[in-house]
Design a protein around this ligand. Structure first.
Ligand SMILES: Cc1ncc(COP(=O)(O)O)c(C=O)c1O
Length: 481
């Protein structure tokens, strides 16, 4: 199946031309989203059941014409959806090189450079956010959802009965874990998948700043102990998905210590901001966590996919994930070799660390921090616009790079919630900018995620120009119906 040397070189060049043109022409293109239907996209990319192969130039021609058109081009600063990172250009090259090398990072000897580069990169990240000690270690996985699943599996193993591996959870009292009601849904999923049950994830109310209320947390733990449940851990969120709020980590750490609970921090999104001096106080307590997760594919600007699970004590991870059958015993005779399969759910694993390492090496400590800081400034700039414009109401001050606000309805017949839902839908059809919207206190609101090192004030100004245009149309449409 290999091509001639010349054909391969031409194909590589052609692909890099495509990539280069996306970045030179589309970053601030007219639209980032075309709003096509699933059927339209199926038609363009369909493959016949017994298809004949095409020559690779034709495949690339097809992609050149269609791929970006039918995608959502989230490297653009006009993309504000979910908590999607912008990626960075050296990271793209990392993905490209990684594919060519095709390393399988299951064991040290199957991917020597990969294993060591992963360890170096995880250590750098741990130090960057102030979560490092001699025993700490971690691994890269696909995303925050898998990282939450792994972290809760570690918590369950360390705080449940000794026979969990052999007997499952049945030898325990009912185990309970505590989070704020603003925590991420992947934690609920993990509770379900690990057999702990979603009803045993106790959602503690948040205060007016969307942070977990630690008085209520303590009350609930005591109540559960009195009712014969087994509290095993608390998960603080350092950067919630809705508003970027940071739970009072230090107070949570103290409560965990008092009741001998596992302290885990979901820093999937906010973690990188712990590197900023201005935010050190808000992240105080992070280093006391028994385990954390942080997603380089969000706020370290690395292209998808890469998240990171880090534990205070490497042995806890090994106790949870290491099972070595005969066919995986090769190459284990050298003690200094660490097989990453012993620390992860995954066996076969790609070389995610390359793009992380290349990003860190290329941009360095200060530039990465500066980009994180700039994203926060962009969210705060949006706040200043909203605060001064009677058309809008801010719903919180953005400590991090996420900001929620609403467009005020000036019509007696149209509620704010309905209007903001309509605006989010119309923005999607319009395609010049992309927002994903959310609900705060059960009302639809507008939400912007400013993780993107390419974003400038002019982009935020453009966003508000589009929002005002669409907001006016949305009110008219709702009133006419
Ligand atoms: C706080 C938090 N935890 C976990 C996740 C899940 O991460 P992923 O989308 O990488 O699975 C997210 C995603 O936005 C998040 O914001």
């Amino acid at each position: 199946m290999d091509f001639s040397q010349e054909t391969f070189r031409n194909l590589v060049n052609r692909s890099s031309d495509m990539i280069e043109s996306w970045y030179s022409e589309k970053i601030r293109g007219k639209k980032i989203y075309e709003n096509k239907s699933p059927a339209e996209i199926q038609k363009i990319f369909q493959i016949a059941e017994k298809n004949e192969g095409l020559n690779p130039e034709e495949v690339l021609n097809h992609l050149d014409k269609n791929l970006i058109k039918y995608s959502n081009f989230n490297p653009s600063p006009n993309y504000y959806g979910y908590i999607t990172g912008s990626g960075n250009q050296i990271g793209i090259l990392g993905e490209f090189l990684k594919g060519a090398l095709n390393q399988n990072n299951l064991k040290w000897h199957s991917a020597p450079a990969n294993t060591e580069i992963e360890k170096i990169s995880v250590e750098w990240i741990s130090k960057f956010i102030g979560y490092h000690n001699k025993k700490s270690a971690g691994v890269f996985v696909s995303g925050g959802s898998v990282a939450n699943l792994m972290n809760i599996a570690i918590m369950r193993k360390m705080k449940g009965s000794d026979s969990i591996r052999e007997e499952g959870i049945y030898k325990n009292k009912i185990m309970r874990i505590y989070v704020s009601e603003e925590s991420h849904s992947s934690i609920d999923k993990a509770m379900d998948m690990l057999g702990l049950g979603i009803n045993n994830l106790i959602k503690i109310k948040v205060d007016k700043d969307f942070k977990l209320d630690t008085d209520l947390l303590k009350e609930k733990i005591i109540e559960d102990i009195n009712n014969n449940f087994l509290p095993i851990g608390v998960i603080g969120t350092a950067g919630t998905t809705n508003t970027g709020s940071i739970d009072p980590l230090n107070n949570i750490a103290k409560i965990c210590e008092e009741f001998s609970l596992w302290f885990m921090v979901d820093a999937a999104y906010g973690g990188p901001a712990a590197s900023l001096n201005s935010l050190k106080k808000k992240f105080e307590g992070l280093k006391k966590a028994d385990s954390i997760l942080i997603n380089p594919h969000k706020w370290l600007f690395i292209p998808f996919e890469v998240a990171c699970v880090i534990v205070k004590n490497k042995e806890h991870m090994k106790n949870t994930f290491s099972i070595v059958p005969e066919y995986l015993q090769g190459g284990t005779d050298k003690e200094e070799r660490d097989d990453l399969m012993n620390y992860s759910i995954q066996l076969s694993k790609d070389f995610k660390a390359l793009k992380v390492w290349m990003t860190i090496k290329t941009f360095g400590y200060e530039k990465i921090k500066k980009s994180i800081k700039k994203d926060i400034q962009m969210a705060q700039y949006a706040y200043s616009i909203v605060e001064q414009d009677p058309l809008f109401t801010p719903l919180h001050y953005p400590d991090l790079s996420i900001f929620c606000f609403k467009y005020n309805s000036n019509s007696l017949n149209v509620s704010d919630s309905l209007l903001n839902k309509k605006i989010t839908e119309m923005i999607e059809v319009d395609g010049r900018v992309f927002l994903s919207g959310t609900k705060i206190n059960n009302e639809n609101v507008l939400r912007i995620n400013c993780v993107n090192h390419r974003r400038e004030k002019k982009d935020i100004n453009f966003l508000f120009k589009v929002l005002k245009e669409i907001g006016e149309k949305a009110i008219k449409e709702l009133e006419d119906n």
